[in-house]
Design a protein around this ligand. Sequence first.
Ligand SMILES: [Zn+2]
Ligand SMILES: [Zn+2]
Length: 235
Amino acid sequence: MNLLFPPHCVYCGCFLPEHLGLPLFCTSCTERFRSVGIPFCSGCGTPGSVFSLVDQICLHCHLQRRPFDCVVTLGVYDGDLRQAVLRMKRITEEPLVVSMGILLAAELSELLGGQLPDAVVPVPMLWSRRVRRGTNNVGILAQAVAETLQLPVLSNCVRYQRNCKKQSSLPIRLRRQNVQGAFRAAARYDIKECHILVIDDVMTTGATAGEVTKVVKAAGAAKVTVAVVARGIRA
Ligand SMILES: [Zn+2]
Ligand SMILES: [Zn+2]
């Protein structure tokens, strides 16, 4: 296969000599996308410093608990990571989505250690949006994370029950209201007492991930970890 399709880095396009398997990132792109050593608040994924985080939790999360229990991210939605997330929305960038999923899985197993979740739930995509784009990048991302961690994916566990505007098209103050009560859980999945891993590409206000969390917790999930490729920081 390597002779027919010589492997190239899925982000920068450089040639990968003697590359075997996935992820298809060169060493410098892997380092670029994994903010190893930068502390992130485990409650909301905001980057902090050893001084601003107490017990790995930021002041905001100490004052106000969020619906989810933990957030894992590769880094801040900025620079190359932002470019990668934007490219991941294109139908032609499936190898980039899969490779990013494998990096996110590595981050998860490093941070969660032996406390890996029981199942993966992707943040759903509106049917109309999926048709327009021709791909469901978050679904593919979730599949790649799940396969790497050897976890089941509950693809249709959470669905939209009404139409919503695109979160990124709205000002921050309207985003919570836009997704409030937008989701419902499918009754056929028994997730009682489970630790669920909710996957999305980017998280900014946390409103969407929060609503999905509320739905899976109402269906009986005991714990929810949210994993996103990038954490958008509010300006
Ligand atoms: Zn590269
Ligand atoms: Zn926090």
